[in-house]
Design a protein around this ligand. Structure first.
Ligand SMILES: [Zn+2]
Length: 382
């Protein structure tokens, strides 16, 4: 079974909707804050953190402004956060911090037992805070499992049955900056441009820096500070949407060019990013690699991460290592090809045989595509 999240824009309209929504979010934040406080006390006294079931017993009847299911879900999330922080700390990540913030508002979570979807309307109960009834304009792709309500967005998690797709070919995919995706099946290469994604990330970082700088000259919480905070949130939401759109379109191009393909994806190297200079490190780390791999995984027959060490430096023909810039040129045999082509050819080979051996050919058919451009008239322009 796999899960897919559908995000729907929603804002409270009437005064009573605002009241219910605000009360529920405040109650959820109160529950979270209480748990944070209790966790702090338990840790200070070096006691054992009680189990999730004990906390659910404890919360019974204390949070009347939330439904019982939502209370249990939030307790579950808190216990999970505590557990994962403990795991990280035992692995030596001392900087991992237990939940410590006490928010004023928090997202409310519902299970499919109390969130009811009937005739395109979703009903969400909140105990004494009242109920919310919101329209869901799109049909869901599967069974509703969980609902998450935050300001301006409702997220519906649906369970999707696994449909087996037969594998037709195997491709190697190299993730990069200027070329977002380079995919090859050994006969042809598809290069998807990453210039738009890179520009979006650079724009975001630049705007974020200027907003934060302007905020540093104001008093925290003042009206001008709040205005800047809103501007920052709007800009971040916009660039997030743009990047999501770009990655979806880029992975769709790969899935359409190689139907029924199993992808070997070069595992993005995190160690290498540390050794790079600051400007390059920003490009590597923010190239949304995890999202690309996840999207490739469900759009194709599955994505498998492989080690990509030296894959963009080794010549596939003679096996020599050369460092190149955008264009790869082998000093031994004279093989010339775009660097991302070399990388994807090598990743395909590493995925199939687990080693890099010389004596392979580099495909000549290279196709460049842009994620946002369609071949033919734009959709809806007819
Ligand atoms: Zn060579």
């Amino acid at each position: 079974m796999s899960y897919r999240t559908i995000e729907i824009h929603w804002m409270p309209r009437t005064a009573s909707e605002w009241r219910t929504f605000g009360a529920a979010c405040k109650e959820a934040a109160r529950l979270w804050g209480d748990l944070v406080e209790r966790h702090r006390r338990v840790r200070r006294r070096r006691l054992q953190w009680p189990s999730k079931g004990r906390w659910q017993q404890w919360a019974k009847g204390r949070y009347a402004g939330l439904s019982a299911q939502s209370t249990q879900q939030i307790i579950g999330e808190f216990c999970e956060a505590v557990h994962s922080t403990r795991q990280l700390r035992t692995k030596g990540h001392a900087e991992a911090r237990y939940p410590w913030q006490k928010p004023r508002y928090r997202d409310v979570v519902y299970t499919n037992q109390d969130a009811r979807l009937r005739a395109g309307r979703l009903t969400l109960p909140h105990g004494t805070s009242g109920r919310l009834c919101l329209p869901i304009p799109v049909p869901l792709p599967g069974r509703l499992m969980e609902v998450r309500l935050s300001l301006a967005a409702v997220r519906l998690v649906c369970e999707i049955p696994e449909v087996p797709t037969p594998q037709q070919c195997v491709i190697g995919v190299d993730l990069g900056g200027n070329t977002l995706l380079a995919a090859t099946d050994g006969a042809k290469v598809l290069l998807v441009s990453g210039r738009a994604a890179k520009a979006t990330i650079q724009y975001r970082n630049k705007r974020l820096a200027s907003c934060s700088h302007a905020q540093s000259t104001k008093t925290k919480g003042a009206r001008q500070w709040q205005r800047l905070q809103r501007r920052k949130a709007r800009m971040l939401a916009k660039t997030h949407r743009r990047l999501r759109d770009l990655t979806h379109k880029a992975t769709r191009k790969v899935a359409e060019a190689f139907p029924g393909a199993t992808c070997y994806v070069g595992k993005p190297f995190n160690d290498a990013a540390r050794h790079l200079r600051r400007r390059q490190a920003q490009q590597v780390s923010s190239a949304c690699n995890a999202r690309l791999i996840a999207q490739l995984d469900y759009k194709t027959c599955g994505a498998i991460a492989v080690d990509e060490h030296y894959t963009s430096q080794t010549c596939p023909v003679c096996g020599e290592r050369n460092k190149g810039r955008r264009l790869y040129r082998c000093r031994t045999c004279g093989q010339t090809a775009p660097r991302d082509v070399i990388g994807s050819v090598n990743i395909l080979h590493v995925g199939r045989h687990h080693v890099l051996v010389p004596g392979r050919s580099v495909p000549n058919a290279v196709q460049w595509v842009h994620p946002l451009k369609y071949p033919g008239p734009k959709p809806g322009s007819s």
